[in-house]
Design a binder for this molecule. Structure first.
Ligand code: AMP
Length: 398
């Protein structure tokens, strides 16, 4: 899936480039951006275009506006932060199509940046409406997609516009494809996948696609308890998806057929209720007594998982090992983060994908020691599931 990139666009000077970015940043009650990772991730492409004298038209969504413009979803805070980061004035408009936008675009000079207003103020965006896509596309000469986080959606600004403009990958999308394809198609072995989080649902296709490719699959977090149930091991009051028990049985059988190792926790930190201040204790065996919930992997599990992780040359990690948001149950996730950082220092390739795993790795302060942290939760999971992402498929092939 080799795609042409922004570097393949000829004669950028003076060209109007529509760039789909993912500026869907978290904001607090006062409209302050609490994490600017998504903005900084788009900077290499933006700076490349500035340096070559392109006229840059950025298009993004923010939040989930219901129908039409909503003040709290305006991109003004993003424009301010972007301006600080690139050290330039950012032009902005109160709309993303129409006469006002056309006028500002016509006045852009080489190297200028315009940030269009939230594209999801139009319901036509998510419907991939051809007329809306045409209007967006009419603003520019060429299109670049650097919004990996929305690449799994066939929207007007991610797919529709490519009917009218040639589309190229930005550096962020290029980097995501490079890391995710390598680990999926040609991993350096041993390849260990670590999956966690609350549920198996939503990760079934990830497990199915990864199992034949990995050497070892480590399963922690709440999803482990459905596998326990499948093995008739007591789970106490832990989270279990009853309707996925058969599926867990099938996955365990598939692993045997494929001669792959699935590792599950051998001890746990359990709590008497789902609460940050709950009473808790370590249960030094796999089974969990009634009245207790598994909230984190235990110390022996950390050691056991650690043995497998230390041997790995490639690691893909999605989903925390426990309820890491509560301090008493964060240790398993933080220790796994340390192990993954350590093997990366020794030359292994590590990829962390998905919202909560990224939050966990950031909480551990080790984010800069990971080879690649995917900026797209849903998009990276769909990629790992082996699905074609419409926003990437629509770009020019090499
Ligand atoms: P996911 O979105 O499926 O990756 O799930 C992430 C969530 O799983 C986090 O909010 C964790 O608190 C939660 N989680 C992890 N382990 C457990 C557990 N043992 N019991 C309940 N929730 C868990």
């Amino acid at each position: 899936m080799s795609k042409q990139t922004v570097e393949d666009i000829k004669d950028l000077k003076g060209k109007k480039v529509l760039v789909r970015v993912d500026f869907n940043v978290p904001l607090d009650d006062r409209q302050n951006i609490t994490d600017n990772t998504r903005i900084t991730a788009a900077l290499p492409t933006i700076k490349y275009l500035i340096d070559r004298g392109a006229r840059i038209i950025l298009v993004s969504h923010l939040g989930r506006p219901k129908s039409g413009p909503e003040e709290k979803f305006r991109l003004a805070p993003v424009a301010k932060m972007l301006s600080e980061l690139v050290g330039k004035k950012i032009f902005s408009t109160t709309d993303c199509i129409g006469p006002e936008v056309e006028k500002v675009v016509s006045q852009l000079k080489d190297g200028d940046i315009l940030l269009l207003e939230n594209v999801r103020f139009y319901k036509e965006e998510e419907k991939n409406d051809p007329e809306f896509a045409k209007k967006l596309a009419s603003l520019a000469d060429v299109y670049v997609n650097d919004a990996f986080g929305t690449a799994h959606r066939a929207h007007a600004s991610t797919k529709g516009v490519t009917k009218y403009l040639k589309g190229y990958a930005g550096f962020l999308i290029e980097k995501e494809i490079k890391f995710l394809s390598k680990i999926l198609n040609d991993p350096i072995r041993p390849f260990v996948a670590i999956l966690g989080g609350a549920k198996i649902s939503g990760k079934i296709d990830v497990i199915k696609n990864l199992l034949p490719k990995v050497d070892t699959l480590i399963i922690g977090g709440g999803m482990a308890y459905t596998f326990f149930k499948a093995r008739n091991i007591s789970v106490g009051d832990s989270i279990v998806e009853e309707d996925k028990v058969q599926l867990a049985k099938d996955i365990l059988k598939l692993a045997i057929d494929l001669n792959k190792t699935i590792m599950l926790p051998i001890d746990h930190v359990v709590a008497d209720k789902f609460d940050a201040n709950a009473n808790f204790q370590v249960v030094t065996r796999a089974g969990i007594p009634d009245g207790w919930k598994g909230m984190d992997i235990g110390p022996n599990t950390i050691v056991k998982f650690g043995h497998a992780i230390k041997k790995a040359k490639s690691v893909f990690w999605n989903g925390p090992m426990g309820v890491f948001e509560f301090e008493n149950f964060a240790k398993g996730t933080l220790e796994i983060a340390k192990l993954v950082a350590e093997i990366t220092k020794n030359g292994a390739i590590s990829i962390v994908g998905g919202g909560d795993s990224v939050a966990a790795i950031e909480k551990s302060g080790l984010a800069n020691q990971i080879s690649h942290i995917s900026t797209g939760g849903g998009a990276s999971l769909e990629f790992i599931e082996g699905k074609t992402l419409p926003g990437i498929a629509a770009l020019q092939c090499k």
